[in-house]
Design a protein around this ligand. Structure first.
Ligand SMILES: [Zn+2]
Length: 280
């Protein structure tokens, strides 16, 4: 069994405030940023251990938050079965692509550390890709980052197994992916603040859920996210100016004041039409 674990950071255990995770914003101290990074590293190591203990043969671990660069290889569990990608874009066969190593040889896709989509109420730092996108839809269905990534994995029909994050993100995961196992490690108190169990207890919960997800995948209980093709993808932008700029790109159609659309033939092109991210 070969799995791909795609880590964001907003949904990590013990990350309870905006500064710990949006550390590039003005006024964040290096200590607070380091706190967030240590929590991410501890969460990744704990989930990797759980996957290996569950009998996974191969595991690709990808750091995608802010493009990546948050995990530190020297602090990660070293095991010949595990490959770490420090960035979500990298080279495969000499060509730059999104999530290198994600292909038809992968049996299951996990989205730990994730957050709810733009516009979600009672959610910690809800957004979709950037604050410029107010609503992202595939064939009319609003999806967040986990949906975009799962759709990319859907190009190879890879089942979505596990999501970890706040309660709102877990609700989103369950609504979108039948059979997914969720680990709710916190609850939003406001957009910028959340509360939950101490990080160690939260990691134990996630480890149990990883084991459960592996069992469920083995039993055939997880499904890929596979919107019907060709897909119509629409994005409601946060401003008229942003919609105008987006609509000026080749192949992008203006639907109304704020909304642009693209039509794609492959699930892996879910964001390629708008920002170039995907397969070569
Ligand atoms: Zn993130």
């Amino acid at each position: 069994m070969k799995l791909f674990m795609h880590w964001d950071m907003e949904g990590v255990s013990g990350i309870f405030n905006r500064q710990q995770v949006w550390f590039w914003e003005e006024g964040v101290s290096p200590e607070t940023a380091e706190e967030g990074r240590q929590l991410l590293i501890a969460d990744v190591n704990s989930a990797v251990r759980a996957a290996l203990d569950a009998g996974v043969d191969e595991l690709i671990v990808c750091d995608t938050h802010h493009g990546g660069g948050n995990i530190i290889l020297g602090r990660m569990i070293a095991d010949p079965r595990v490959t770490y990608l420090e960035k979500s874009r990298g080279y495969e066969n000499g060509q730059l692509r999104w999530m290198p190593g994600l292909n038809g040889t992968v049996d299951g896709f996990m989205v730990p550390g994730h957050h709810a989509m733009a516009g979600t109420r009672n959610a910690f730092l809800p957004h979709t890709w950037s604050l410029e996108w107010a609503d992202f839809r595939i064939n009319g269905q609003s999806v967040g980052e986990m949906g975009i990534e799962a759709c990319f994995a859907g190009h190879w029909d890879i089942p979505v197994m596990l999501m970890q994050g706040d309660e709102a993100a877990c609700r989103e995961g369950r609504a979108q992916f039948p059979g997914i196992v969720t680990a709710a490690v916190k609850r939003a108190q406001s957009r910028d603040l959340c509360a939950g169990p101490d990080p160690e207890s939260a990691r134990r919960l996630t480890a149990e859920r990883v084991a459960e997800a592996v069992e469920r995948l083995r039993a055939g209980g997880c499904a890929p996210f596979a919107p019907s093709l060709p897909m119509t993808v629409t994005i409601k932008m946060a401003s008229v100016e942003l919609a105008e700029t987006a609509a000026a790109k080749p192949g992008v159609e203006r639907v109304d004041e704020l909304t642009v659309a693209g039509h794609v033939e492959r699930r892996c092109d879910v964001v390629k039409w708008i920002n170039g991210t995907g397969l070569p």
